[in-house]
Write a protein of this length. Structure first.
Length: 542
């Protein structure tokens, strides 16, 4: 192995194949309530009605996230049919774009080409990114276009390439069209951090940058038109200003967390398996820049660290916080972490890597024990072929752990193999079993198998059985139960059943659990029955 490489060519190929298995297997998991199934049903409505300029959540207009994610999913469904693979495909392709852009941007920032591959693989290994590929919301599309835009902006600054500045503007427009001003904030802060340290202001602020502005405006016109078409001037004002400000101030939203360190401790799981290495690097590199008074040093970049601190300070001040808000920044963190690992490797800082390595071994063996316990108490062996693959990867991982190799290289490689192994288990054994506890999904299967006329099926008002909608391929009307007539069917939760003042019979009932809010009582088979709600399909008799 080349002494300037943390991963060999064979290891890089092995890991890309491993992560391909992880991400492709995630395509086949049934959709999870609430957001993923909800967004899928919203995109499905567009595809079924051939209406791409009006966006609805259930029966009501949806004035929240922009249209790009829904458009891409709807187009995919028009091509490949109404199914969860079609829904997830655009998100997966955007993450592929993200991994590629991460590699290319790293190549611009660092001299070693191997650093780019390591950064790309760290991006693909981040737990929140893997989760976003199957629990698909707007974040996968956002993430891919943010890092693509950053790559093109830095390429433009370094080369003054006209195509790059146009693509940078279009990439920013696509990111904005996925989640609003949050995307622009991340891109602007990272570019600002780059310019602040590199002092290349004149290479950015010249006549060519006008092309980026023009391509950005042209790129966001479809979304602006859609908002104006459905909501008028209120829609334009919302996407250009109110959406992001409302989330920062929790206006119209329930305040989620007053904890200013919320995103800092969220990264501990979201950026696994490299979260600890990232945090050690952040504080070491922050001290380095302060000690050197931000004096420009050849071969040193500030885009990733500066971008991280600027974004995290702003996001931490927000009163409305959710873990996946960090996804748009993950590629930047991956580049920083790869650069930091190469830095301590080049300085042969054995003491530091030994500490990271020992802690990583504790995490790995704890996770392996957790996989065993989940298999025994919860999943069983859901997919024998993939379970054999998982077992072989774990055996290979243990062999590598006890092999005599350079500790720096071994730390990076086993961490990435660990991410592959754990997520093969989650995507092929855990989540497919877990989703069977969604009552709305199970009822949809019953309706499809029994060929019940879906045109006669309704839901109660404000019902959120999105998986039922999607898997029956119909946006089920929400109605007041008083409007139901003989022969109609109603999907209803146990808590609302007492409000049905008509004679009915139960056609089917299923246990229901909010699977995105796992608890030990649910995972424990002895206490699991007490955690269920009930969801029913009833037929009105009079």
């Amino acid at each position: 192995m080349n002494q300037n490489q943390l991963l060999s060519s064979a290891q890089i190929l092995f890991l890309y194949i491993g992560f391909s298995i992880v991400y492709i297997s995630g395509l086949f998991i049934p959709l999870m309530e609430n957001d993923s199934a909800q967004h899928a049903s919203m995109a499905m409505r567009m595809a079924l009605n051939n209406d791409f300029f009006n966006i609805f959540k259930g029966d009501g207009p949806y004035l929240d996230k922009p249209h790009m994610h829904f458009w891409l999913a709807a187009i995919s469904m028009k091509i490949f049919g109404i199914n969860h693979i079609a829904y997830r495909t655009p998100a997966l392709l955007c993450l592929v774009l993200g991994a590629f852009s991460t590699k290319k941007l790293t190549d611009l920032l660092y001299k070693s080409k191997n650093t780019g591959y390591v950064a790309s693989l760290i991006f693909l290994s981040a737990q929140t990114i893997i989760l976003s590929a199957h629990d698909v919301r707007t974040d996968a599309v956002l993430t891919g276009f943010i890092i693509f835009s950053l790559w093109q902006f830095v390429k433009f600054i370094k080369t003054q390439n006209i195509l790059s500045v146009i693509l940078a503007g279009l990439g920013t427009a696509m990111a904005f069209s996925s989640k609003g001003l949050m995307a622009i904030v991340i891109i602007v802060f990272c570019v600002f951090a780059y310019l602040l340290y590199s002092r290349e202001w004149k290479k950015f602020f010249n006549v060519k940058i006008i092309l980026a502005a023009i391509s950005f405006v042209v790129g966001i016109l479809p979304v602006l038109y859609a908002y104006h078409h459905q909501f008028g001037e209120e829609g334009i004002q919302f996407i250009l200003f109110n959406q992001s400000v409302n989330r920062l101030t929790a206006t119209g939203f329930e305040e989620t967390s007053p904890d200013y360190l919320f995103f800092f401790h969220t990264l501990l799981w979201a950026f696994l398996p490299f979260s600890l290495a990232f945090y050690v690097g952040v504080f070491e590199k922050s001290a380095f820049f302060i000690k050197n008074r931000f004096r420009k040093i050849s071969g040193v970049e500030f885009l990733t660290l500066g971008g991280f601190w600027l974004v995290m300070i702003l996001f931490s001040a927000s009163k409305f916080k959710l873990p996946h808000y960090l996804n748009g920044l993950i590629a930047v963190l991956a580049i920083f972490t790869a650069g930091y690992l190469f830095d301590i490797y080049s300085r042969n800082n054995v003491k530091k890597i030994k500490v990271l390595y020992i802690i990583q071994l504790v995490v790995i063996f704890a996770a392996m024990a957790g996989v065993g316990l989940l298999t025994y108490f919860f999943t069983g062996v859901a997919n024998i072929v993939m379970y054999v693959v998982l077992a072989l990867i774990f055996v290979y991982l243990i062999i590598k752990i006890f092999s005599k190799e350079n500790i720096f290289k071994k730390y990076v490689f086993i961490s990435l193999v660990f991410a592959v192994a754990v997520n093969i288990f989650l995507n092929t054994q855990f989540y497919p079993v877990l989703t069977q506890y969604q009552g709305s999904f199970k009822l949809a299967q019953i309706v499809n198998n029994e060929r019940i006329d879906t045109n006669k099926i309704f839901m109660t008002e404000d019902s959120e059985s999105w998986a039922f909608d999607f898997y029956t391929k119909r946006n089920t009307p929400r109605v007041d139960t008083k409007r139901l007539k003989k022969g109609d069917y109603l999907v209803i939760f146990n808590e609302n059943l007492k409000y049905v003042n008509k004679k009915y019979k139960i056609i089917a009932q299923e246990n229901d659990y909010r699977i995105t809010r796992l608890s030990l009582k649910f995972l424990n088979p002895k206490t699991r029955p007490g955690q269920f709600d009930k969801i029913y399909l009833i037929e009105i008799l009079d």
